[in-house]
Design a protein around this ligand. Structure first.
Ligand code: FAD
Length: 477
């Protein structure tokens, strides 16, 4: 008889995987173990029974063989930034990709191939050496893995679409341990599923992206305003919605940044062009006399580091997401702001002061050129994402933070209720907390995803994160 989960000795993995290049770390391994279980949010740190730090696709296959043989609960860790806790596990195994961070660039084909555990900084820096860029995350310590498999928005989305719209192929280790390639022409059904619901279909060990020439620097940076400027900022969002040409992005955030923890409205500007053009495009905001102006010209590979400081790795965190439509009534946004601010101020000692609410005006025209049924990702529509990024320190606040985040996002999302009928679900999967159902993230694509689960992962090994159940085959006699 094989081992059962209860009786399995996880330290035996060191012996069982000794012929691979993977490192097996268990709680007895001191600091190295403590370091590898860290996550961007402290609330997602879980004491895994073992972490298998893989170095190749064949290491992943070998780890999955043990998972299948001993029926071990497990999960996969890419960049470790999700706040749903999906990349950590308490009693089980983590297949950890953080030592797979190689990037290769083919300058002639303009393609960028990144290993499964890379972070966006790895990709941005490697691509820039060849004057190239692709659509990556706006905080460059975020993982390529999770961000890509769930869709991916970045400053270049207005020009080139989502990260998955620029994904050419993947190397993926399936639940069976088989290593396959998926692209539009090879295992096309798997490639469809991977682009939105990737975490439920295997361990992706290589991503190949389309790169674009990006030799010019870009205009970007934050402007800081007093909360009294919010109505005029909303008026500008409404105008920007009509006037942007896809080369710009505007993020408006409520925040109370340290050290003063005074409430402010931040606007993060981006224009893929010159400073002179950028200052003209965002002229209405400059005319509002910001309290601080940190905008300027930066090389593209630097732009995704500009917000790193506001997304540091201390504290417990929760990302939540919804949708909003422009134009917005300034008094509506002021109402949402008052709710946010009243909550933040109700906590003593600035306990949640570093929390943020972000209205992300990332142009959607290019995203909508792909129909929702063309990829499993189903959040393409004539609306924008709104996100909450709550940060706190006391675990006793966990439930209250979740409840408040949900209610605030529900209110902000009221404006997207009238989005076009054939439009998307209004919920970005990578911003969704764990309780959001698959139907709300994948809409009408759920049925096909469940059929493909039956084909590629019938025992539902990849069940962490969004819940998708393999649909049993119906045999007709
Ligand atoms: C500070 C911050 C900034 C962000 N900015 C953006 C942004 O600009 N644009 C955007 O679209 N999103 C953004 N996000 C959301 C981000 O897309 C998600 O948090 C995403 O899950 C992060 O991926 P990760 O690899 O770091 O996370 P992880 O927690 O490691 O993984 C997330 C999920 O994906 C799975 N997974 C990860 N890698 C692999 C792999 N190679 N193969 C199979 N499964 C894998 C994990 O098992 C887990 O279920 C941001 C998040 C944070 C915290």
């Amino acid at each position: 008889m094989g081992s059962t989960v209860e009786s399995f000795d996880y330290t035996s993995l060191k012996e069982l995987l000794k012929d691979t290049k993977a490192e097996v770390l268990t709680p007895g391994d001191g600091q190295e173990y403590e370091d590898i279980i860290q996550r961007w949010s402290e609330s997602c740190v879980k004491r895994a029974s073992a972490v298998v730090a893989v170095k190749s696709a064949s290491d992943v296959s070998a780890a999955l063989e043990q998972v299948r043989k001993h029926k071990l609960p497990f999960t996969v860790r890419g960049g470790g930034h999700s706040t749903s806790g999906a990349a950590s596990i308490e009693d089980g195994l983590v297949i950890d990709l953080s030592k797979m961070r190689g990037v290769t660039v083919d300058p002639e084909a303009r393609t960028i191939t990144a290993e499964g555990g890379t972070i966006w900084e790895d990709v941005d820096v490697a691509a820039a050496k060849h004057g190239l860029a692709t659509v990556g995350g706006t905080v460059n310590h975020t993982g390529v893995g999770g961000l890509t498999l769930g869709g991916g928005y970045g400053y270049l989305t207005g020009q080139y679409g989502l990260t998955i719209d620029n994904l050419l192929s993947v190397e993926v280790v399936l639940a069976s341990g088989t290593v396959v390639t998926a692209s539009k022409t090879t295992n096309a059904d798997l490639f469809w599923a991977i682009r939105g619901a990737g975490q439920n279909f295997g361990v992706v060990t290589k991503f190949t992206f389309q790169g674009y020439e990006q030799s010019n620097p870009v205009f970007s940076g934050p402007l800081v305003f007093p909360p009294t400027a919010l109505p005029q900022i909303v008026q500008f969002m409404n105008k920007f919605h009509e006037t942007n040409d896809g080369r710009q992005t505007l993020v408006v955030a409520f925040s109370s940044p340290p050290p003063q923890n005074a409430p402010v409205i931040l606007t993060q500007l981006f224009h893929n062009g010159t400073e002179e053009e950028g200052r003209a495009i965002f002229g209405d905001l400059f005319a509002l006399a910001p309290l601080a102006d940190m905008s300027g010209t930066v090389p593209y590979q630097v732009v995704n580091s500009l917000l790193n400081a506001s997304a540091g790795s201390d504290g417990r965190k929760l990302f939540g997401g919804g949708a909003f439509k422009l134009p917005l009534d300034p008094s509506f946004v002021e109402g949402v702001y008052r709710e946010f601010q009243t909550f933040v101020e109700s906590k003593e000692n600035f306990a949640v002061a570093q929390s943020m609410m972000l209205w992300e005006v990332v142009p959607y025209k290019k995203v909508m050129e792909v129909r929702n049924e063309e990829t499993s990702f189903a959040n393409r529509g004539d609306y924008y994402n709104v996100a909450t990024m709550f940060k706190w320190f006391d675990p006793a606040l966990d439930t209250e933070m979740r409840t408040f985040s949900r209610s605030l996002l529900k209110k902000a999302s009221e404006t997207a209720a009238n989005r076009s009928k054939d439009g998307g679900v209004g919920q970005y999967g990578n911003y969704a907390s764990e309780e959001v159902a698959a139907n709300d993230i994948f809409g009408e694509n759920v049925r096909r995803l469940e059929d493909l689960k039956q084909k590629y992962d019938p025992d539902n090994l990849f069940s962490h994160g969004t819940k998708l159940t393999p649909r049993p085959l119906v045999v007709v006699n």
